[in-house]
Design a protein around this ligand. Structure first.
Ligand code: EPU
Length: 433
């Protein structure tokens, strides 16, 4: 198990490059199931969730070719033979997004068997809305031995279009049912859809494969099903959460950072909040943004919302910034019920934070001092790294495998702009029994 050792105090200065979006790459890889022809995806980030999804697809019979050298980031997936349309628990338990194969598997093969995802550090995370939609499209769902099985009536052979209204906005739920609808018989109208850029990315790939989709990026998506989809080549959009994390790194360290290869149009809520908190943010072009902070930060409240609101995936990182801002910041988490796991660790570093239900009250500025801390989930880890960058002394961050699930070479990237961060092997070996 790797550990980061971070010496705080250096302002980050220079240019830092954003990788492809993990949360776009995951559904786009699952979309390869929908066709017998190869799908080539560019700008795939080299992170652990992606290698987990590769293993998942391979276990079902997919052939996968990875680019090397300059083509690192290119992945070609061919699902000509799907010999085993089953997402096994061994893989699903390590990555909840595995449920994204449900829709495409049943659409392509008429049946899917997917292990039920368990809870995770940030909440219960059910997939009832995915299942409800599939049932409305004609699937029969059964559950046994921890698995969900979805089947279409063999006499009918395929799903049919339906009018679906999501009771709650769900990102992977929208993506899963979109992938089911593109091969369904007739028209599907989906209401109250997630409007996240990752949904738009997936829809753009599906259209390149021959799907008929209108309205991706709005609350209503209309799909007219086709009989067959073809191979395609598609470039994944930049990761807006990684970009946002870097913007906060620049602001919290009092640095001057240029964040390149991002999509600035996806960063509106985060940029607005950083400006409100006193950082100077200049958009230099459609894919480049500069953040500077030479004065003091001031408290500003956030409330997480679905896109285009402030992303829940940036809440933990923003909280690290709020610890350095003068005044009281209220951080309200509306999407997940248990996404404050980073609070206790930040408090151990000296932050003044109190949690009451959905709201954390952060009183700043706090002098953070280095401590041994532990990552609990992906974005919580990012929050601890950000806090460590301004803490006095050497912070030891354990369980950075959480971070490796979704941030590509974060230590190398941050070192490149002046952070003192080292990756070590396990500093806390398990005690002998
Ligand atoms: N929900 C239900 N029933 C469902 C589906 C969702 O009640 O069938 C609830 C969830 O419990 C939650 C809310 O709806 O309270 C929103 O969950 P959503 O389904 O949108 O989350 P997700 O699709 O599982 C994706 C991202 C998450 C991100 C959320 C919210 C991927 C692979 N994951 O998850 O990313 O936090 O949307 O934006 O796209 C991360 O990258 O760190 C991460 C956790």
């Amino acid at each position: 198990m790797d550990t980061f050792v971070v010496q705080g105090g250096n302002p980050l200065v220079g240019t830092i490059r954003v990788s492809g979006a993990k949360n776009s790459a995951l559904p786009c890889m699952a979309a390869a199931i929908l066709t017998e022809e190869p799908i080539t995806l560019e700008n795939i980030p080299q992170v652990r969730d992606i290698s987990t999804e590769r293993r998942l697809l391979q276990s079902m019979g997919a052939e996968i070719e990875l680019g090397e050298g300059a083509a690192l980031g290119r992945t070609t997936i061919c699902c000509r033979n799907l010999s085993d349309p089953v997402a096994k628990y061994e893989i699903v338990k390590t990555m909840r997004a595995s449920s994204l194969v449900l829709g495409p598997l049943i659409a392509r093969t008429g049946m899917a068997r997917v292990a039920m995802p368990g809870g995770c550090a940030i909440g219960g995370r059910p997939i009832d809305l995915h299942l409800k939609g599939l049932e409305q499209m004609g699937a029969t769902i059964t559950q046994d031995h921890g698995y969900i099985e979805a089947r279409v009536n063999p006499q009918v052979g395929r799903l049919h279009g339906a009018e679906l209204v999501f009771d709650k906005i769900t990102v992977t739920g929208t993506e899963d049912l979109l992938m089911a609808a593109v091969l369904a018989d007739g028209e599907t109208v989906m209401e109250n859809c997630a409007r996240e850029p990752e949904v738009v990315d997936l829809a753009a790939l599906l259209v390149t494969m021959g799907a008929n989709i209108e309205g991706a990026g709005t609350a209503t998506i209309r799909v007219s099903g086709v009989n067959k989809l073809r191979g395609a080549r598609y470039r994944i959009n930049p990761d807006r959460i990684e970009a946002g994390t870097f913007l906060i790194a620049g602001a919290i360290t009092g640095g001057d950072l240029i964040v390149s290869h991002c999509n600035t149009s996806h960063l509106g809520a985060v940029i607005t909040k950083l400006r409100e908190a006193g950082a100077r943010v200049d958009i230099l072009g459609p894919d480049t943004v500069r953040v500077r902070n030479h004065g003091k930060l001031i408290a500003a409240d956030i409330s997480t919302e679905e896109y285009p609101g402030f992303p829940t995936d940036m809440q933990a990182q923003y909280m690290a910034l709020a610890t350095q801002a003068e005044g009281t910041s209220l951080v309200r988490e509306n999407i997940f019920e248990n996404r404050f796991m980073h609070v206790q660790e930040l408090v151990r570093m000296g932050a003044g934070i109190k949690v009451d239900g959905k709201t954390a009250t952060v009183i700043g500025p706090a002098r953070l001092s280095a401590a041994a801390v532990m990552c609990s989930d992906l974005r919580a880890s990012a929050s601890l790294v950000l806090a460590a960058l301004v803490a006095e002394g050497e912070t030891i961050i354990d369980r950075v495998y959480h971070m490796d699930r979704g941030y590509e070479q974060i230590d190398e990237k941050l070192r490149g702009v002046g952070a003192q961060i080292q990756r070590l092997g396990n500093l806390f070996p398990p005690r002998a029994a």
